[in-house]
Design a protein. Structure first.
Ligand code: SF4
Length: 590
């Protein structure tokens, strides 16, 4: 459009870069250049359309790819596959020497097994009772729980890579899986976790990776940009992406070919959702049914729905940069983060399908909407099993559970969803990530369904038999579950020592923060020095100490108590009885 010039009124002259200059009519008349219209090459309508095609002028995907073989198309799938076909890209079941894979599988079975867990698995009712009388605990295991094959495969590949390249510098782009123990195991094998840095390209310190290094991609995959960057660096890539995640990528490839926007049910900050989004041409990530309802309302243009501006503002971090709701919600395909709650994904799909029907008519639904079931089986069966466990506990003829223990990383999406099921049905559940969450003062540190981590006291009934349901996330080794169950068992043993009142735990085993006073501590020390402490309680303390849950027992009780008291005194902020249960009196009950 020509610049606006109103000389008579002395209005602002708008130059082509948009700045405004106020000039008087007379000076404007003098300064105004004569326009040489004949020198302006006005593009023809056809030329303009070619340069800046509207949606109507842009060739359809089918027209664009009409004369190209599938492998010649400029799709994200093809970009990904070009990298994956290289010799330096290791993926699949056994990319290394078979002997290495066999050896690593054997070591994994030894490292990650859990004895109590195995006993429960073998029992017809999946139960095991430890202890006797009031000190007994019956653990009831969910039918499906723990490591999924995708995670096992991922760990096995990463571990085998270390064995195959013992002298290479090795990196991993992210946590292999969301389990602190497994990630520590890899760190101990000198596999470097790439540092996150918001200012660096791709948000990570890729500059630490050198040519010839080995880089592992985690179970939930890596973005296409990361894959391309690593490819350009000449590294050997070990891809441990779970095939279920790749299945979602295949789904979004189909959306791209049908010119659909991929609506991903997931969390936009989650690594898997980031990787999946990178494989889409156009995407929008919605985290729950509430957001799906908002999108559906926009699609149907219901009164009160988000305006374009509100939509763009709200989803600015969760949509592709060129996304515009008015343009990109006409044809949508639903995909998901594999670990989302299955029923919610289904509900999101149904809701959006109905909205598209309302907007475009049922007869055109296939043209405007597509949904494929990409929820991973492992996630689904674990969710079903914890539902069953909860239902059995709450049925009239069932044996009620005191609580369900959910074991797994606090940032593990599939584990977090396992807690939601008992929570929705009013069954108490505690999500712990390691055995250290279970504390000797009978409190438990746990994460709730809203993501808050806090401590609940007196979580285990000590004066009667307990019955506890057990499940664990797909990234949790049985050995971690085992440690948690043992820690709970130890609480009963410790309590037995307390109730007998003739026993005590060595004073040094009592955390300084829990000691009410030096006098009380001395009482504990005296008791600890007697010959009457039962072996069970002492063994319990030893066990807890070995796992860093308690301070180790010392033969020099007084010295240990004094050292611990000094520690407490040195920090005036230390709550002396913060972790002690209500009504707790030192020397009387511990
Ligand atoms: S939970 Fe499912 S998608 Fe995730 S690693 Fe396991 S099998 Fe794969």
């Amino acid at each position: 459009m020509a610049p606006a010039l109103s000389l008579a009124l002395g209005l602002a002259y708008l130059c082509s870069c948009g700045s405004a200059l106020r000039i008087s009519p007379a000076s404007a008349r003098a300064a105004a250049p004569r326009m040489a219209y004949s020198k302006v090459n006005v593009p023809t309508a056809e030329e303009s359309r070619k340069k800046n095609p509207t949606a109507a002028d842009r060739p359809s995907t089918s027209a664009k790819y009409a004369n190209l073989l599938p492998g010649q198309r400029d799709t994200k799938k093809n970009s990904r596959q070009r990298i994956m076909k290289k010799k330096s890209y290791k993926r699949g079941g056994n990319p290394f020497d078979r002997a290495i894979h066999r050896d690593v599988s054997q070591k994994m079975s030894e490292q990650f097994a859990g004895e109590i867990v195995n006993q429960m698995k073998e029992d017809t009712f999946r139960e095991v009772t430890v202890g006797e009388g009031d000190r007994s605990i019956t653990f009831v295991l969910a039918k499906e729980f723990g490591f999924c094959w995708g995670v096992e495969r991922s760990i096995e590949l990463a571990w085998a890579a270390r064995e195959a390249y013992p002298d290479k510098t090795m990196h991993i782009t992210n946590e292999l899986i969301h389990n602190p123990g497994v990630n520590d195991l890899l760190r101990n094998k000198d596999i470097k976790f790439m540092e996150k840095d918001a200012t660096a390209v791709g948000g990570k310190r890729f500059d630490t990776v050198g040519e010839g290094d080995v880089v592992i991609l985690p179970a939930f995959g890596a973005s296409l940009e990361e894959m391309e960057l690593l490819d350009s660096k000449g590294v050997t890539t070990v891809d441990t992406t779970c095939p279920w995640v790749s299945k979602v990528w295949t789904t979004v490839d189909k959306h791209q070919l049908s010119e659909m926007t991929s609506v991903i049910h997931g969390k936009y900050q989650h690594e898997e959702a980031i990787a999946t989004a990178s494989m889409c041409e156009t995407y929008l990530i919605i985290k729950d049914l509430k957001q799906a309802t908002e999108v559906a309302s926009y699609v149907m243009q219901e009164p009160g729905c988000l305006t374009d501006e509100e939509f763009l503002e709200k989803y600015k971090h969760a949509a592709s940069p060129h996304f515009h709701p008015r343009k990109h919600l006409k044809k949508i395909g639903v995909a998901n983060q594999t670990t989302m709650y299955k029923k919610e994904t289904q509900a999101v799909g149904k809701l959006l399908e109905k909205a598209m029907m309302a907007a475009h008519g049922p007869e055109k639904i296939k043209e405007h909407f597509a949904a494929f079931d990409t929820i991973c089986d492992a996630t689904q069966v674990r969710q079903d099993a914890v539902s069953e466990l909860t239902d059995a506990s709450q049925s009239e003829d069932g044996s009620p559970l005191d609580f369900i223990l959910v074991v797994g990383g606090w940032d593990s999406s599939n584990t977090c969803h396992l807690l939601e099921i008992p929570h929705e049905r009013g069954q108490i559940g505690y999500h712990v990530n390691t055995a250290q969450c279970i504390r000797p003062d009978n409190s438990v540190e746990h994460r709730d369904v809203d993501g808050n981590v806090f401590v609940t006291e007196n979580f285990l009934p000590l004066d009667r038999p307990a019955r506890i349901g057990v499940t664990s996330g797909a990234s949790t080794p049985d050995s971690v579950v085992q440690e948690c169950l043992e820690a709970i068992g130890m609480l009963k043993k410790l309590a037995a020592g307390v109730v007998a009142a003739d026993v005590a735990v060595p004073a040094s085993a009592v955390p300084a923060t829990q000691r009410a006073s030096k006098a009380a501590a001395d009482e504990v020390t005296d008791a600890a020095s007697t010959e009457t402490a039962p072996e069970e309680a002492a063994a319990a303390v030893q066990w807890l100490a070995e796992r860093g849950i308690m301070a180790p027992p010392s033969t020099d009780g007084d010295a240990a108590v004094e050292a611990a008291d000094d520690e407490a005194a040195a920090d005036p902020e230390l709550p002396m009885q913060a972790a002690a249960p209500p009504g707790f009196e030192w020397g009387e009950t511990f």
